[in-house]
Design a binder for this molecule. Structure first.
Ligand code: FNR
Length: 181
């Protein structure tokens, strides 16, 4: 468990820049910690009637994957100044049962990427608020928001040196926190 970080992209798009950034980070080992990417596209819309001890299979797999990881890395766009619905939906499933979920005490780091000059920075606080509600431990580190991401991804990978340095610094902090968790 101490050797794995679960990577989640907040966009379902095949050619997603956020997926590309996550994929780039997942190609390296960080302080001996590996990133495993989890695809949230098959997670259904939250429905309390389906929740409980036997949730839908994709939800069970998602919760098991979080439980088996020492940390979680979220790489997400900003949608209308906030958290994308697909990401919120996945975190809502993972958040149950309230205050006793697999996210409780979990080390989490957040990167946002946007084609705009703001880098999706406005989604940082809504993603963090959601994580605080889940009692997750947001890694104390400067926020990483990658602006004009379309100019920094080539061939499906993040190639911009400064962005790699900033994202790498955050992932190292997450890996370190995850190793000691
Ligand atoms: C966006 N986009 C966007 N960008 C931004 O910087 N601030 C915003 O509030 C929004 N809002 C928004 C809403 C919706 C519904 C969509 C579809 C898009 C643009 C978005 O950041 C851009 O499309 C990214 O490239 C999406 O990330 P992926 O899919 O490339 O990872």
């Amino acid at each position: 468990m101490a050797n794995k970080i679960l990577g989640i992209a907040g966009s379902l798009r095949n050619d997603s820049y956020n997926k590309a950034v996550l994929k780039t980070l997942a190609q390296s080992s960080w302080e001996g910690v590996e990133i495993e990417v989890f695809d949230i596209s098959s997670i259904p819309l939250y429905n309390g009637d389906l929740d409980g001890e036997h949730p839908p299979d994709p939800v069970r797999k998602f919760k098991d994957a979080i439980a088996a990881s020492a940390g979680v890395l979220i790489v997400s766009p900003e949608y209308n100044y906030g958290i994308p619905g697909v990401l919120k939906n996945a975190l809502d499933w993972a958040s149950r049962p309230g205050y006793k979920s697999v996210l409780k005490g979990k080390q989490v780091a957040v990167i946002t990427c946007s084609m705009a000059t703001t880098g999706g920075a406005r989604a940082q606080s809504s993603i963090r608020d959601c994580l605080y509600a889940c009692l997750a431990q947001v890694v104390p580190s400067p926020e990483v928001a990658i602006p004009s991401v379309q100019d920094k991804v080539q061939g499906g990978l993040l190639t911009d040196a400064r962005s790699l340095e900033l994202a790498g610094g955050l992932v190292k902090a997450l890996a370190q926190a995850s190793r000691t968790a």
